[in-house]
Write a protein that binds this ligand. Structure first.
Ligand code: ZN
Ligand code: ZN
Length: 408
């Protein structure tokens, strides 16, 4: 990939992704195999005004060894230096940028039982810092092609050709392949904003999903729910784009209020394993039946991680013909694959989908119906014939999706 195009992409992540403000602290999480691109991003962050930029380098093979050899007890403790780092991030409201590039299969073979327990143990230790940061800092997840990842997506190509093809695919999906990606994102954000405004004006109470594959599902939305998409704002009003790419308009459903059955339309990659051709049946908002042709045990484990893991935290609307869907590429990475299809997420909901959340405590937000869980896992349910009807608070029915795409 041409260096000049990569520089534009790096600039996009610094200026539109985290939108670094003068004097801010930035933490970047990136893998060791990406030194050139990460260097560009660090420089763009400084040019945008960052006072300090730190890179937390990760290395999947040693990370895997750590998970393999360390005891459950050792892995379950948030080490003092990790704690100190979280404290610093929370105190500074540091910007956080994740640059993903890792092998989707890189953690294969780890004991899922052990990994679940580690997550369950670490989550409450990290939660106070995450809560302090939420809506107070800018963050962004984006991606660059690691070699193993590129080979998995383009197995028929040589390694170097696969990486090049992956760069093209990532930049196209991220609207970063043109002359002026920053401007392209301005337009894209405006389009998503207009759709959110339309949906928010309708005052919807339910969404009803139907598809020929058997999906027949009704979900209730929050009483004071809002649809969001594209960029977001911190409480102080700093705009940022949490995901690059993003195509979705999403909201938080009311936890505990969904009925019917949904069928997956794409495989779900969870903890390095694929769950395929599955269905989830809900009663009173909770998963009561799980079926999968592949990975059923893992899926069952996932929905019982904690109380909220078997309830929905997100309803996302994405046209079947979105650029990522139209590319036909399976990325084996949620950041991309979730933008190919309408999806739900099991687990944690987003507070910002509740109007006035900033004046409420975590407990009150939960009471209003925003789901809480240690997991947030997207799964795809969109299809070419999907119909979604919205039912408004006063009982009017409005077609939201028709034949897999926007009906407005
Ligand atoms: Zn989503
Ligand atoms: Zn999600």
């Amino acid at each position: 990939m041409r260096k000049s195009q990569l520089q534009k992409y790096a600039r996009l992540l610094a200026r539109v992704g985290v939108n670094v403000k003068k004097g801010q602290t930035v933490f970047i999480e990136a893998a060791l195999d990406q030194p050139e691109f990460v260097t560009m991003v660090v420089e763009e962050c400084y040019k945008a005004g960052a006072s300090e930029v730190f890179v937390d380098w990760s290395h999947q093979p040693t990370g895997k060894l750590s998970s393999q050899y360390r005891t459950l007890e050792s892995l379950s403790e948030l080490k003092p230096w990790a704690k100190a780092k979280w404290e610093y991030k929370a105190e500074k409201y540091a910007c956080r940028l994740w640059i993903e590039s890792e092998d989707p299969d890189g953690m294969k073979g780890l004991d899922p039982e052990k990994m679940s327990k580690v997550r369950q143990a670490i989550y409450p230790q990290v939660k106070p810092y995450r809560q302090a940061l939420e809506n107070n800092h800018q963050w962004c997840i984006a991606a660059v092609p690691g070699k193993a990842w590129a080979k998995k997506v383009f197995p028929e190509l040589s390694e170097s050709k696969a990486v090049e093809a992956m760069w093209k695919a990532i930049l196209a999906a991220s609207r970063a392949d043109g002359k002026n990606p920053v401007k392209a994102w301005k337009e894209h954000n405006a389009d998503l904003r207009a759709r959110c405004d339309y949906l928010n004006d309708l005052g919807l109470k339910f969404l009803e999903y139907k598809s020929a594959n058997g999906t027949d599902f009704k979900v209730e939305l929050l009483d004071d729910g809002v649809f969001a998409g594209g960029n977001e704002k911190t409480l102080k009003g700093r705009v940022f784009n949490p995901n690059i790419p993003t195509e979705e308009v999403f909201t938080a459903p009311k936890a505990g209020a969904a009925e019917g059955i949904v069928y997956s339309t794409k495989p779900l990659s969870y903890m390095g394993q694929l769950i395929e051709n599955f269905s989830l049946r809900f009663e009173n908002g909770k998963v009561v039946e799980v079926k999968a042709e592949k990975g059923e045990e893992l899926l069952k484990k996932m929905v019982s991680m904690d109380e909220g893991a078997g309830m929905l935290g997100e309803c996302a609307l994405i046209p079947h013909g979105s650029p990522i869907s139209a590319s036909g590429i399976l990325y084996y990475n949620t950041l991309f694959d979730e933008n190919a299809s309408c999806h739900f997420a099991l687990g944690r909901g987003y507070n910002e989908c509740l109007k006035g959340f900033e004046k409420l405590t975590e407990e009150q937000i939960k009471e209003r119906g925003v789901n809480d869980s240690m997991i947030h896992v997207d799964f795809m349910i969109g299809s070419a014939d999907m119909s979604i009807v919205g039912v408004t608070k006063d009982g009017k029915r409005v077609q939201i999706f028709e034949n897999g795409t926007w009906a407005f």
